[in-house]
Structure formats: structure tokens, C-alpha cells
Design a protein around this ligand. Structure first.
Ligand SMILES: Cc1cc2nc3c(=O)[nH]c(=O)nc-3n(C[C@H](O)[C@H](O)[C@H](O)COP(=O)(O)OP(=O)(O)OC[C@H]3O[C@@H](n4cnc5c(N)ncnc54)[C@H](O)[C@@H]3O)c2cc1C
Ligand code: SF4
Length: 335
């Protein structure tokens, strides 16, 4: 498959990149590792006039940690570097599990953490080749008036299926966004618009430059579980991240967070996890939490053999298993 024609620039500073990015978003695209974008260009899902390659901007690949500031990950750090970093491996197992589940070793070697967070939404119509798509009229995401997946829908239900976002959300990460007017740091969930057509809130002239994760509490632990057909290569059909902070091995829950991916237009934070704070994790409480998670999950029909109903039903199983694994991860610290 050939690439469409475009102009290509390699700015050497964030400011210069922001200047190039000022055009409307359909006309200009950032490229980092290119693993998501190149396929989108080849399939003509995106036909930008300009590609802004940010991979040469100095200082955006660093991974730093201090007990005071927590983890700072430059947006160009690859998933391979992130998952090999000794401090990340020791202190953020949920992040490592999620990042290691992305694609294949080759894809993780190219993929940047920023590109993973900013990847586009997908669906069984939009992600086909241009030739296949031509057989049907353009849908909402391509400027048309129909949805070919959710019949009669007036909105686009394309799914956000990034693996890393739910792990960062349960770790209460923040992202630094740069623009021509300066920088701002916002909670990660504010990066997502929950609009299948345009899944991020970035404005023309803006890019993500850093991910910030608070230092973990001493008695915390997490887990990420991913439903997929093959044990490698596949995007999640459901991803569940849990992070727990406990007072003692069988004690009271001091903090809990739960997030899902691949079941809506944005990664889903299940706010009901906050209700576990200050309580013992009883079977009834966990059942309430899984019920809340199921309510928040709206998977759509996919090209795979697993139906949307099956994937929704699996939320129950995956939330329970991820919570058990998170508890085991906390328990290790009391041994
Ligand atoms: C075969 C295959 C399997 C895959 N499997 C998975 C999987 O299992 N899980 C998963 O999560 N992903 C998967 N992916 C998708 C993709 O590889 C990853 O999401 C990857 O992390 C994207 O990173 P990148 O640096 O290559 O992004 P790019 O392709 O360079 O960019 C992706 C998007 O993000 C935007 N972008 C990049 N950097 C920034 C920034 N700093 N600020 C704002 N916008 C930015 C780009 O404009 C583009 O729209 C798969 C891809 C392939 C081809
Ligand atoms: S879900 Fe969105 S991208 Fe997919 S067919 Fe419907 S409108 Fe198009």
C-alpha cells in the first residue's frame, strides 16, 4: 500500500513543533514512532498535508524518578525503554504489564508512550482499507451522516483501544501539554474527549510532552489484564487496570482505582472504586464494583469472533481477577 503525498518537517524544538501544528487537525499530524499513524495513512483514514516528526526534539525521551516528584516520562520514551526501566519495573508493575501487552516486541521498540495515549479510535468499518470502505457511504468519522457499526446512531462509536491509558489512569497520572501560549499539566482523563470522531482534546498547535505519575504509596499494588484472541499482536478487546492501597494484608482499603479500555470511545475510569476507601474488601462490595464497571462498558461489534455481549460479560471476570492480582501484589510487600 502506498502512502499519500504529504510534506514532512522535523522540528528541533517544542516551540517550532507547535508552530507547525497550528493548522486544522485534519491537515497536520504529529508522527512519533509511526506504528499507528503509518497504517492510518496507508489506509487513507488520514490524509494530512503535513507530517510533523517530533522524534528529533531533544529531551523528550527521558525517564526520571524521585520520591518527591514521582515518575516523569518524556513523551518519546518507547514502550521498550519504559518496560525495561528498573524503577518503573519495581514501583509501577501495572504500567509495565499494560505496556508489555502492546503489540509485539518490534512494535514496542518503535512505539512511544505519547503515541500510545494519542492513538486514534478504531472500528470494523473505519479500520478497513480505502478500497473496502468505498463500498459503503462515508460514516460520521469520515464526514458522512451514517454509522455502519451502530445502526441509526447519530454519533460515532469508534473505540479507544490503547492499553497504556487505563494503567496510567489508575496511577492517577497527569500529562503536560505544550502550546504556543506555554505549558499546562492536566489529569490524564482530560486528554480524552469521549468523541469517537476526534478522541483527544488537544487543540491545533498543541502536543503532549510529558507524563507524570505520583510516587506510589508503600502498601499499594496493581494489575492490568487484557482480553484478546491471540496472546500477542492483538489490540485489547477489553483491558482492565486496578490499583489498590491497603492498610494491611487483609486490612482496610486506603485507596482504590479501576479503569477499562476497549469498551467505549475513551478509556473509562470507574469512579465507584472510590467507595472502597476506608472499607474491608468484602464480596458484596466487589460485586457492586463489578456491576458498576459493567454498566460503564459499551463495547461495539468487532471483526473478531468475540461478540460485544461476550466482551461485556467478561468485564465481571476481568475486574475480579485483576483485583485479586492487585491484592497479591500488595501482599508481597507485607512479606
Ligand atoms: C500490528 C499492530 C498491533 C498493535 N497492537 C496494539 C496493542 O496491542 N495495544 C495498543 O495500545 N496499541 C497497539 N497498536 C497501536 C500502536 O502501535 C501503539 O498505540 C503505539 O504505542 C503508538 O505509538 P507511536 O509512537 O508509534 O505513535 P504514532 O503512530 O507516531 O502516533 C499515533 C497517534 O498519536 C499522535 N501523537 C503521537 N505523539 C503525540 C504527542 N506527543 N502529542 C500529541 N499527539 C501525538 C499522532 O499524531 C498519531 O495520531 C498496534 C499497532 C499495530 C500496527
Ligand atoms: S463507529 Fe464511527 S468510525 Fe465506525 S462506522 Fe460508526 S461512525 Fe464510522
Amino acid at each position: 500500500m502506498k502512502l499519500p503525498r504529504f510534506k514532512y518537517v522535523e522540528p528541533r524544538s517544542i516551540r517550532k513543533a507547535c508552530e507547525f501544528l497550528q493548522a486544522p487537525q485534519d491537515e497536520v499530524q504529529i508522527i512519533a514512532g509511526g506504528t499507528d499513524l503509518i497504517m492510518a495513512l496507508k489506509n487513507r483514514q488520514k490524509i494530512p498535508k503535513l507530517l510533523v516528526d517530533i522524534s528529533g526534539i531533544p529531551g523528550l525521551k527521558e525517564i526520571k524518578y524521585s520520591d518527591k516528584d514521582g515518575l516523569r516520562v518524556g513523551v518519546l520514551a518507547t514502550l521498550r525503554h519504559l518496560t525495561a526501566h528498573p524503577v518503573v519495573r519495581e514501583k509501577y508493575p501495572v504500567l509495565v504489564q499494560a505496556a508489555l501487552s502492546v503489540g509485539t516486541p518490534q512494535i514496542r521498540a518503535m512505539s512511544t508512550i505519547g503515541g500510545n495515549l494519542c492513538q486514534d479510535t478504531c472500528c470494523m468499518y473505519f479500520n478497513r482499507s480505502a478500497m473496502v470502505r468505498q463500498t459503503l457511504e462515508p460514516c460520521h468519522k469520515l464526514g458522512g451522516q451514517v454509522c455502519h457499526v451502530v445502526n441509526a446512531s447519530e454519533e460515532c462509536w469508534a473505540t479507544y483501544a490503547g492499553d497504556v491509558a487505563p494503567a496510567l489512569l489508575v496511577l492517577r497520572a497527569r500529562v503536560k501539554i505544550a502550546g504556543l501560549r506555554g505549558e499546562k499539566v492536566v489529569p490524564l482523563h482530560e486528554l480524552f474527549s469521549c468523541d469517537g470522531k476526534r478522541p483527544h482534546t488537544l487543540r491545533p498547535g498543541q502536543l503532549v510532552t510529558e507524563i507524570q505519575v505520583p510516587a506510589p504509596s508503600p502498601s499499594s499494588g496493581g494489575a492490568y489484564l487484557k482480553l484478546r484472541q491471540r496472546e500477542t499482536l492483538d489490540y485489547p478487546l477489553l483491558g482492565v487496570a486496578v490499583n489498590l492501597t491497603m492498610e494491611g494484608e487483609d486490612g482496610i482499603c486506603k485507596d482504590a482505582s479501576l479503569a477499562l479500555t476497549a469498551v467505549d470511545k475513551a478509556p473509562v475510569v470507574v469512579e465507584e472504586a472510590n467507595r472502597l476507601k476506608g472499607k474491608k474488601l468484602t464480596h458484596e462490595l466487589m460485586q457492586d464494583l463489578t456491576k458498576a464497571a459493567i454498566k460503564r462498558a459499551h463495547p461495539i461489534k468487532d471483526l473478531c469472533d468475540l461478540t460485544a455481549t461476550y466482551r461485556r460479560n467478561m468485564v465481571n471476570v476481568y475486574v475480579e481477577s485483576a483485583t485479586q492480582q492487585a491484592l497479591q501484589s500488595v501482599a508481597k510487600q507485607f512479606r
